[in-house]
Design a binder for this molecule. Structure first.
Ligand code: CP
Length: 337
C-alpha cells in the first residue's frame, strides 16, 4: 500500500506522471476515480487552500470527503508509544487510525510541529504513527514537509518555464514577525533539486540552514543531475541571473523552542523582503509563495501584483495535483486489492 507522506518516497518520473495528469485535469478532463470511496481530512491546524481544494477535489472525483477539526471537533489525541495517558489526550492515534480505516478509504492529515523540540518533531511522529497503524493510504497535507505544495509549485514552474532542468531556482528567506514551520522551505529545495534545477538558498545567516536531512537530500539530487546547490548570504549574488524565486520565512533550528535568542539573527534579514530592486537582478524571474502571505513584509505589493507572481496559479494547481495524486493512490489500492 502506497502513502503520500513525502516526495522523497516517489521517483521523479512518478511525480512527473502526476503533474502530467494534473495538467489534463486542469484542461477539463473528468474522472470518477474516487466513486464509492471516502477520504477523512484531519486538520490539527488552520487552512484555507488545503481544506477547500481537498474537499472539492474529492467531490469532483466522485468521492466523499469528511473534514475533521482535530483541535475542536474530535478528542484531543496522543501519539507517543507507551505513554501513560493521564494528561489532556483522550484518544491515542493507534485507535484513531484503526477506526478511521474502517470507515474511509484514505486519511489525509495536517499536523504542524509544536515548535518545542526539533529532535523529536523532525521524526514527524503523529503522521508516522498514523501510517504505521492505519490500513488505508495516508496523505500528508503539511507536517514538516508539504508535498502537495511541492507538486503545485512544480506544475506552476513547468507551465511558465517549460522544461525546468538546468534553470536556477532561488529559495529566499523573507521576514515575518514570528518563527514559522520549515515545511515549505524543506519541500521547495527537495522538489527543485529533484527536477534538475540549480538551487540557491538565500538566508540572513547560516543558522537558517534547514535540517540536514533536507539539505543533504537536495544536494544529492543536484549532484545526480549535475546541477549546483549553494547556501548564500549575499543578496545581490543570490538573486543574480536566477529564473525562479520562491519566498518563505522560517525559524532557525538552533533556536527551536527558545525563539527569543533567534532575534539578532532574524534582524540580519530585515531587508530580505522581495521587492522590485531584487527582482531586477534576476533573469526576468517568476516569483511565488505558498500562501498565506503577509504583503509588504515578505513580498512588496508591486511584485505580488506583477505578472511575474505565480502564487495564485500555484494555489489553483493544488486542486489539480491533489486530484491526480489521489487518483494514483486509488489506482495503487485497486492493483493491490
Ligand atoms: N498553502 C497552504 O497550504 O495553504 P493553507 O494553509 O491555507 O491550506
Amino acid at each position: 500500500m502506497r502513502h503520500f507522506l513525502t516526495t522523497e518516497d516517489w521517483e521523479q518520473d512518478e511525480l512527473q506522471s502526476i503533474l502530467d495528469r494534473a495538467k489534463a485535469l486542469k484542461a477539463g478532463a473528468s474522472s470518477s476515480a474516487l466513486a464509492g470511496k471516502s477520504v477523512a481530512l484531519v486538520f490539527f491546524n488552520p487552512s484555507l487552500r488545503t481544506r477547500t481544494s481537498f474537499d472539492i477535489g474529492i467531490a469532483q472525483l466522485g468521492g466523499q470527503g469528511v473534514v475533521l477539526d482535530a483541535r475542536a471537533g474530535t478528542w484531543p489525541m496522543e501519539f507517543e508509544d507507551g505513554v501513560v495517558m493521564n494528561g489532556d489526550a483522550e484518544e491515542h492515534v493507534v485507535e484513531a487510525a484503526r477506526v478511521l480505516s474502517r470507515y474511509v478509504d484514505m486519511i489525509a492529515i495536517r499536523c504542524f510541529p509544536k515548535f518545542e523540540n526539533w529532535q523529536t518533531e523532525r521524526e514527524d511522529p503523529l503522521i508516522s504513527t498514523f501510517a504505521r497503524h492505519a490500513s488505508v493510504p495516508i496523505v500528508n497535507m503539511e507536517t514538516i514537509v508539504h508535498p502537495c505544495q511541492e507538486l503545485a509549485m512544480m506544475m506552476a514552474l513547468q507551465e511558465q518555464h517549460g522544461r525546468v532542468e538546468n534553470k536556477t531556482f532561488l529559495l529566499t528567506w523573507v521576514p515575518h514577525p514570528k518563527p514559522l514551520n520549515t515545511a515549505v522551505a524543506n519541500s521547495a529545495i527537495l522538489m527543485a533539486s529533484k527536477f534538475g534545477m540549480n538551487v540557491r538558498m538565500l538566508v540572513p545567516d547560516e543558522v537558517y540552514r534547514l535540517d540536514e536531512r533536507y539539505m543533504a537530500a537536495a544536494q544529492a539530487s543536484c549532484q545526480a543531475h549535475g546541477t549546483s546547490f549553494d547556501l548564500m548570504t549575499d543578496v545581490e549574488a543570490a538573486y543574480s541571473g536566477v529564473d525562479a524565486v520562491y519566498a518563505k520565512s522560517w525559524g532557525a533550528l538552533p533556536f527551536y523552542g527558545q525563539w527569543a535568542d533567534e532575534a539578532p539573527y532574524r534582524a540580519k534579514g530585515r531587508d530580505f523582503m522581495v521587492d522590485d530592486a531584487k527582482m531586477a537582478l534576476t533573469n526576468a524571474a517568476t516569483i511565488s509563495h505558498c500562501l498565506p502571505m503577509r504583503r509588504n513584509v515578505k513580498i512588496a505589493d508591486s511584485v505580488v501584483d506583477s505578472p511575474a507572481f505565480l502564487g495564485i496559479e500555484e494555489a489553483e494547481n493544488r486542486l489539480h495535483v491533489q486530484k491526480a495524486m489521489l487518483e494514483a493512490l486509488a489506482r495503487d489500492m485497486d492493483t493491490h486489492s
